[in-house]
Design a protein around this ligand. Structure first.
Ligand SMILES: NC(=O)c1ccc[n+]([C@@H]2O[C@H](COP(=O)([O-])OP(=O)(O)OC[C@H]3O[C@@H](n4cnc5c(N)ncnc54)[C@H](OP(=O)(O)O)[C@@H]3O)[C@@H](O)[C@H]2O)c1
Length: 314
């Protein structure tokens, strides 16, 4: 049987994600019926912003007065929270329980399915800050949905109500999907942190460095949107400037630590992109770059060689 067009929603956990999605759904006309959380304060603060929403003193009460319960607790708490819920699909309470984690398998909700309830995953590809800005910044993002029908259709409608694009992944694909998504979020910050730490050796503060490189990063992202990853690739690898790459690897090798290794692994991916460019650099130049990279990865150290390309960098 399909879900109501505007099912009653309940939340267990009143953290950063819940603060955004519960308010957005309430504004979009979905009744948010109840919220329970470990500490009463955040649950009360959120419920006060949602017409008709009660603060429940235990998750079972949330299940009793909603159609779909979202477990918006830390990942390690999802299994225990699901285990503690009693679901009676033919009753007046919840018939579905959904978690919002990208990495945790949906099967962690199996105790709910064993009681005849529907289970699903609803993972927004967005870093929630717990701030008002989340309500507008989430628009245009994607939400990865893993659920059987008719819950999948309802979750798709909820994603659209946030202004997001629904995305579906095959069952069991969550861990790979989530590991890969890090590169577009936390690991982008890790790459910036490497820029900052290297530029600090030139006397720049983190603020100086970010002011200088964030507009370049924003431009790179826009170019990738227009021209794809290979088309947007710039820098020495895109031109086949093997001499520059070798010298930079040697310089970073000399700094110790894992600076050269990180640069080498990133360069490996850049070489793959360079090969896919409409006009790729010469095969010989890319082979030289790959040899230098593999030397570093194999722990043989970067070997400085005579300059092959121009001295100009970006
Ligand atoms: N934040 C993100 O950017 C983001 C993005 C996509 C998906 N997610 C997913 O969304 C889920 C929630 O993440 P979040 O960042 O919103 O977490 P969060 O900010 O740490 O909030 C978690 C909330 O759950 C409450 N809580 C903890 N244990 C509980 C329990 N056993 N029973 C009831 N409430 C409990 C916490 O209460 P206290 O107030 O007492 O600590 C807090 O209100 C996670 O599965 C996460 O993977 C998060």
């Amino acid at each position: 049987m399909p879900y109501s067009a505007t099912p009653r929603l309940g939340f267990v956990g009143a953290g950063r994600l819940a603060r955004c999605v519960a308010r957005a759904w309430s504004r979009a006309g979905y009744p948010v019926a109840a919220i329970a959380s470990r500490s009463a304060g955040p649950a009360r603060e959120l419920a006060d912003q949602l017409p008709g929403c009660i603060v429940a003193d235990d998750p079972q009460r949330v299940a009793a007065c909603s159609d779909i319960v979202f477990l918006t607790v830390p990942d390690d708490e999802i299994g225990a929270a699901a285990n503690a819920l009693q679901i009676v699909p033919s009753g007046s309470g919840a018939r579905a329980v959904v978690h919002c984690s990208g990495a945790t398998p949906v099967d962690v909700l199996a105790p709910v399915r064993a009681q005849g309830g529907d289970i699903g995953g609803f993972h927004p590809l967005y870093l929630f800050g717990g701030i008002d800005g989340d309500l507008t910044r989430i628009q245009g993002c994607s939400v990865t949905i893993e659920a059987p029908p008719p819950l999948a259709e309802t979750l798709t409608g909820l994603a659209r109500a946030l202004g997001c694009h629904p995305l579906s992944i095959p069952p069991g694909g969550r861990m790979l999907y989530h590991a890969a998504a890090h590169y577009a979020a936390s690991f982008a910050l890790s790459a910036l942190s490497e820029t900052v730490s290297l530029w600090q050796q030139l006397g720049f503060s983190e603020d100086d460095a970010l002011r200088a490189v964030l507009p370049m990063l924003a431009g790179t992202i826009e170019t990738a949107r227009d021209k794809g990853l290979a088309g947007a690739l710039a820098g020495p690898v895109s031109r086949g400037d093997a001499g520059i790459v070798e010298k930079q690897l040697a310089l970073l090798d000399g700094l110790g630590g894992d600076h050269a290794l990180l640069y080498a692994l990133m360069t490996r991916r850049a070489v793959e992109l360079a090969r896919r460019r409409p006009v790729p650099p010469s095969t010989g130049a890319l082979a030289t770059i790959e040899r230098a990279v593999e030397n570093v990865v194999a722990g043989r150290g970067a070997v400085p060689r005579p300059t092959l390309g121009s001295e100009a960098g970006e």
